[in-house]
Design a binder for this molecule. Structure first.
Ligand SMILES: Cc1ncc(COP(=O)(O)O)c(C=O)c1O
Length: 462
C-alpha cells in the first residue's frame, strides 16, 4: 500500500536523498554521559544520542526545495526579498495582515507580551506553555488556566482536549472585569496537555464570547497545522476541507498569532508574530528593532526566511500532515497494544508517556518523568523530555513548586527524520524500561536555575 487516501497506510510522500550517520554507544558510555549531564537530557551531547526525540523544534528535515531556497537568500539589512516572500506566505496560509519576523517563537512571545499586557492583568490560556507563561509573567501578567478539565486527565478520550472551558473564562471575566483581561492566550494542539487539539466550534464560541466583552484572542500557532488535521479528522463538516482551508478559517477567529516556525513550518530556525490591527503592529514593529533586529529580518538571515516561506507551503499539504501524524500514531498504538500508560488520544507531535503510571511509588517531588527520561536514555540512547513538575517551575508569588496533574515524558517525533524501524526501536526500549519499573528510584534536584529550570537543572539519584 502506498500513500493513498482511503487506505490505512501513512507512508511518507518523500524519499531520502541524504543521510546523517548516528553513533552507537554502550550502556557504560551512556551511564557516564548521563551522570555528566546531571540526569538532564537537555545537557547531553547530541553525539551521545542515538534516536533524538527531545523535541520536534528545529529538528525537522528540510526538503530539497527549501535547501534550494537557502541559496536565494537576499542578505540585505533592510527590505530583503525573502521577507516579502514570507509575508506573502503568512498572509496566504494564516490570513493575518501584518507580519514581524522573529528569531524563534519566544522572541515573538516576548514582543506580544510586552505590547499587550499591563501589569496586574490576567492572561487566560488553554494550559500554560513554559516560555509563553514566563514572558507573560515577566510583562506583569498573571496566567490563568482555562482549559477544559478533561485535559488534565491523561486517560480521558475527549477528541478536543485543548478546548477552552468557556464557563471558567466567563466567570473570570465576571469576577475581574473585562478590562483586567489582557487577551486570551489560545494555543493549537496544546503541548503540555499531550498535543491535544482545539475544535473549530470551540474557537468560534470563544470569538463570540470575547467579542461580547471586547477582549482580543491571540493564537500560539506553533502547531496549528497539526490542529487542523484533527479538525479534518474529527469534527463534523470538515472531512472534505483541506488542511489549508481549515487553518485559514481557524485563524480568522483570532486577532493575531505568534509562531515558532521550527515546528510545523519545517525549518531549523525562525518564527514570527502577525496581527490584524495596525496600531498594535506599529508598536510591535518598533519593539522588534530593540530586541530582535530590523522589522524586515527580526534576527533571521534572508535565507532562513526563504526556507520558512517554502516550508509553510509544504507544511499544509494534506499528504504530508497525514504521514506526519500517522507516524506519531504508529508509535502510540504500539505502546497502547502493550498496555503501556500514555496520554490518550495520541497527540499530533509526540507520544507522551504517563510517568505516574510507570512509577506510582515515586512521589512527584522525586521527578518521576525526569527519571523516566533518564532511564530511557540509559536503556537505548533514546533522548526524550520531561514535561512534569520540573517543567512546571515555581509559582512566582509563593515560591513553591507548581504540582501539575500531568507528569509526562515526551517522545517527540521530528518531521521527516526517522523511519518506522526507529519507531520500533523506541517502542521496544519503552517496554524494557516499563518492565523494570518497580526497581527504579527517583531523583533529587541538585541545581535549580531561576528561569525555565528544566533546561539547565541538574539532578542526582536518590
Ligand atoms: C507551543 C509552543 N509555543 C511556543 C514555543 C516557543 O518557541 P521557540 O522554542 O521557537 O522559542 C514552543 C517551543 O518550544 C512551543 O512548543
Amino acid at each position: 500500500m502506498g500513500q493513498q487516501f482511503g487506505r490505512r497506510s501513512w507512508a511518507e510522500p518523500w524519499k531520502i536523498k541524504m543521510v546523517e550517520p548516528l553513533r552507537m554507544t554502550t550502556k557504560e558510555d551512556r551511564e557516564k554521559a548521563l551522570v555528566e549531564a546531571g540526569f538532564n537530557t537537555f545537557l547531553l551531547k547530541s553525539e551521545d544520542v542515538y534516536i533524538d526525540l527531545l523535541t520536534d523544534s528545529g529538528t525537522n528535515a528540510m526538503s530539497d526545495r527549501q535547501w534550494a531556497g537557502m541559496m536565494l537568500g537576499d542578505e540585505a539589512y533592510a527590505g530583503s526579498r525573502n521577507f516579502y516572500n514570507l509575508e506573502e506566505a503568512v498572509r496566504k496560509y494564516y490570513g493575518y495582515k501584518y507580519l514581524i519576523p522573529t528569531h524563534q517563537g519566544r522572541g515573538a512571545e516576548h514582543l506580544i507580551s510586552q505590547a499587550a499586557i499591563k501589569k496586574g492583568q490576567f492572561v487566560p490560556g488553554n494550559m500554560y506553555f513554559t516560555t509563553t507563561r514566563l514572558h507573560q509573567e515577566l510583562a506583569g501578567g498573571v496566567f490563568t488556566d482555562v482549559i477544559i478539565d478533561e485535559a488534565h486527565n491523561s486517560q480521558n478520550p475527549h477528541p478536543f482536549k485543548g478546548n477552552v472551558d468557556l464557563e471558567k473564562l466567563e466567570s473570570l471575566i465576571k469576577r475581574e472585569g473585562a478590562e483586567k483581561i489582557a487577551y486570551i492566550s489560545l494555543a493549537g494542539t496544546v503541548n503540555m496537555a499531550g498535543g491535544q487539539p482545539v475544535s473549530m466550534a470551540n474557537v468560534k464560541a470563544l470569538r463570540a464570547l470575547t467579542d461580547r466583552h471586547g477582549i482580543k484572542v491571540y493564537l500560539d500557532a506553533t502547531r496549528m497545522v497539526e490542529n487542523a488535521y484533527f479538525i479534518q479528522e474529527r469534527e463534523e463538516g470538515y472531512a472534505r476541507k483541506t488542511i489549508a482551508e481549515i487553518l485559514l478559517e481557524f485563524c480568522s477567529y483570532t486577532d493575531g498569532a505568534w509562531m515558532s516556525a521550527k515546528k510545523d513550518s519545517l525549518v531549523n530556525i525562525g518564527g514570527w508574530l502577525a496581527v490584524n490591527n495596525w496600531t498594535l503592529f506599529e508598536e510591535l514593529r518598533n519593539l522588534v528593532v530593540v530586541y530582535e533586529g530590523l522589522h524586515t529580518y527580526g534576527g533571521l538571515a534572508g535565507r532562513d526566511m526563504e526556507a520558512m516561506a517554502i516550508g509553510i507551503a509544504e507544511s499544509v499539504a494534506d499528504d504530508h500532515v497525514h504521514s506526519r501524524i500517522g507516524q506519531v500514531r504508529y508509535l502510540g498504538e504500539m505502546l497502547t497494544a502493550w498496555n503501556i500508560p500514555i496520554v490518550l488520544p495520541v497527540g499530533g507531535h509526540a507520544v507522551f508517556l504517563d510517568a505516574r503510571g510507570f512509577y506510582p511509588h515515586i512521589p512527584q517531588i522525586q521527578f518521576p518523568a525526569q527519571t523516566l527520561a533518564a532511564e530511557l536514555y540509559l536503556d537505548s540512547g533514546i533522548r526524550s523530555m520531561e514535561r512534569g513538575i520540573a517543567s512546571a517551575g515555581r509559582d512566582p508569588k509563593t515560591g513553591d513548586h507548581y504540582y501539575p496533574r500531568l507528569e509526562l515524558t515526551r517522545l517527540t517525533i521530528p518531521r521527516r527524520v526517522y523511519t518506522q524501524a526507529h519507531m520500533d526501536v523506541v517502542a521496544e526500549s519503552v517496554r524494557a524500561v516499563y518492565e523494570a519499573r518497580e526497581k527504579t528510584q527517583g531523583l533529587k534536584m541538585a541545581y535549580e536555575p531561576k528561569y525555565l529550570r528544566f533546561f539547565q537543572a541538574r539532578f542526582e539519584r536518590m
